[in-house]
Design a protein around this ligand. Structure first.
Ligand SMILES: Nc1ncnc2c1ncn2[C@@H]1O[C@H](COP(=O)(O)OP(=O)(O)OP(=O)(O)O)[C@@H](O)[C@H]1O
Ligand SMILES: [Mg+2]
Length: 270
């Protein structure tokens, strides 16, 4: 078995898999020899410093960034626009996205455009599906409100509904809890656990909040250019792993070993 592979010893399907994946931008490596697996019904958390390659890694899984080297499999195949239909993707969100003049329902309907085609008007059935998703996350009452006036936590729920609208087998979430208070965050992670338990959905999720992610993920990958740890959440607090991921400027505050905040710039990788 390769160094970064962790076999959880069951016969579950592997939804996403990277084998010795290397990615560079402008001749500079941003991902080096990445091995990662996500099984069905599993929540995988990815943590690491700014610029460590987390968003790039998600894009590789989705086939949006092509690695220079290595093998990427999504549901056993090379990722493309067809395999991507089985994935609900929530990209890292900027403030600008949040001021886009659309209703909450419109945002969820965007999650269905892949299936219905961008140039067709969504029919009643699509609207029903979108409303069902909004009900699932307790946001049906807000469907017709402009997205921009919703609170951060409500917007986050709507984004999740959008990612879930096409009934994906896998959710790929890039920092979904940015700008959300801790109560809304807790609700959100509970929602993900519910999706995993009730619908057997898998989740690959990037977060800066090591404490929250270790509390809810089944497995953690610690990434800074390379994967320094891929396994059960508990052991990722080992000082030597933290040191490798966040480097010598590590500033970690740990409360009851479940809550940590890390600040560190990306290590040099020339
Ligand atoms: N399209 C691109 N072109 C050139 N360089 C890029 C591109 N996208 C990302 N990079 C660089 O690749 C590195 C990894 O970026 P990435 O966005 O994957 O990091 P990240 O871990 O998601 O960071 P953050 O925590 O800040 O979101 C960074 O140095 C970034 O500047
Ligand atoms: Mg990112």
């Amino acid at each position: 078995m390769k160094e970064h592979e962790t076999d959880i010893g069951n016969k579950k399907a592997v939804y996403a898999e990277l084998q010795d994946v290397w990615v560079s931008y402008y001749n500079k490596w941003v991902l080096k020899s990445i091995y990662l697996k996500c099984y069905e019904g599993e929540i995988v958390g990815i943590v690491g410093p700014n610029g460590g390659g987390k968003s790039t890694l998600l894009k590789v899984i989705l086939g949006l960034v092509r690695p220079q080297k290595g093998v990427v499999k999504l549901f056993g195949h090379r990722p493309d626009k067809h395999t991507r239909l089985e994935v609900g993707y929530l990209p890292q969100i900027s403030k600008a996205d949040r001021s886009f003049p659309v209703t909450a329902l419109d945002v969820v309907l965007m999650g269905l455009y892949n299936r219905i085609g961008f140039f067709k008007r969504p029919g009643n059935r699509s609207k029903e599906v979108a409303m069902e998703m909004l009900s699932e996350i307790n946001m049906a009452d807000h469907a017709e409100k402009p997205f921009g006036i919703l609170s951060g936590g409500q917007q986050q729920r709507v984004h999740i509904a959008r990612a879930l609208a096409s009934k994906p087998k896998l959710l790929v979430l890039d920092e979904p809890s940015t700008g959300v208070d801790s109560v809304a965050q807790e609700d959100f992670y509970e929602l993900l656990v519910k999706f995993r338990d009730e619908m057997n959905i898998s989740v690959i999720m990037v977060s800066h909040d090591i404490g929250v992610i270790t509390a809810h993920a089944d497995r953690i990958a610690c990434l800074n250019l390379q994967i320094h740890y891929h396994g059960e959440p508990d052991s990722c607090f080992e000082p030597e792993i933290m040191q490798k991921v966040y480097g010598k400027d590590l500033n970690v505050m740990v409360h009851d070993s479940k809550c940590a905040t890390c600040f560190k710039k990306h290590e040099h990788n020339d």
